[in-house]
Design a protein around this ligand. Structure first.
Ligand SMILES: Nc1ncnc2c1ncn2[C@@H]1O[C@H](COP(=O)(O)OP(=O)(O)OP(=O)(O)O)[C@@H](O)[C@H]1O
Length: 243
């Protein structure tokens, strides 16, 4: 679905060259849930922005072997929901920009609002929603344009632990209902292990691929299962300290 080949990214700041990403090659397969795990400030967001086309790599290529018009949706850590728009208007925005007629976009948005558990909140404004509910709006909005690949950049990083667990279960439920290729960035080992078909472990900055793990764990995964804990420990031992 997506092939990253020898991606590197350097910034020129304060008269110095700063390497954020170095020689990253990853193949991403159709409909897989790929988690990208790495310590804080290691270059995860830079890598995801390169995949999204928001940043240009200094070296390397991003290819879409399956189709040249592969589309992407993005869910950010702090979802940029428009405060003056209702939940419905926020979710249907992408389709509106694409020129879909009102009936078509309302139907699609309504389906997704229900899928993410926000039925009854269609006409609510963001200030009336909790942090977890706003992230649900962000997820519904990203799905609404039918992207081939969904990019999520620490979408639950700002949520409390309880809401975060709940949202991790929700995002898997949605992924199972609406199969899509998902690339999910996190600095949380447990989250990466709970969600990922594969886990790409990055090194500290500049980000390089340290290891790719394929958890042989059935879903729904249980974070107190001995196999889960053993793999968690193995990944933890191999993880660089955050800068
Ligand atoms: N436009 C830029 N100019 C200069 N340096 C940058 C730029 N964008 C990112 N960086 C640097 O690249 C490094 C990696 O940043 P990035 O945001 O990708 O880290 P991250 O792994 O996503 O961090 P976190 O887990 O804290 O979100 C940081 O040191 C950051 O300051």
């Amino acid at each position: 679905m997506l092939r990253l080949e020898n991606i590197a990214k350097s910034f020129y700041a304060r008269h110095e060259v700063f390497d954020a990403v170095s020689d990253v090659s990853i193949d991403v397969y159709e409909n897989e849930f790929l988690t990208i795990l790495g310590p804080g400030q290691c270059g995860k967001s830079v890598l995801l922005n390169i995949i999204a086309g928001l940043e240009k790599p200094t070296k390397g290529t991003v290819d879409f072997p399956a189709s040249s018009d592969t589309t992407m949706g993005f869910v950010f850590q702090k979802t940029a929901v428009f405060p003056w728009k209702t939940v419905m208007e926020n979710v249907e925005l992408g389709l509106q920009i694409k020129g879909a007629n009102k009936k078509e976009r309302r139907e699609k948005a309504q389906y997704l609002i229900e899928l993410v558990g926000l039925k009854g909140f269609e006409n609510a404004y963001p200030y009336q929603l909790s942090g977890g509910m706003k992230q649900r709006v962000g997820i519904a909005r990203a799905y609404c344009v039918n992207p081939d690949i969904l990019l999520m950049d620490e979408p639950f990083g700002a949520l409390d632990a309880q809401t975060r667990y709940q949202m991790e279960e929700e995002v898997l439920r949605i992924w199972q209902a609406e199969k899509r290729t998902v690339i999910f960035v996190t600095n949380n080992i447990e989250e990466a292990l709970f969600l990922g078909d594969r886990i790409v472990l990055l090194s500290a900055c500049p980000a390089k691929v340290k290891e790719i793990y394929i958890p042989r764990l059935e879903r729904p995964r249980n974070n107190i299962d001995p196999d889960f804990l053993a793999l968690r420990e193995e990944i933890e031992a191999n993880t660089d300290l955050a800068l």
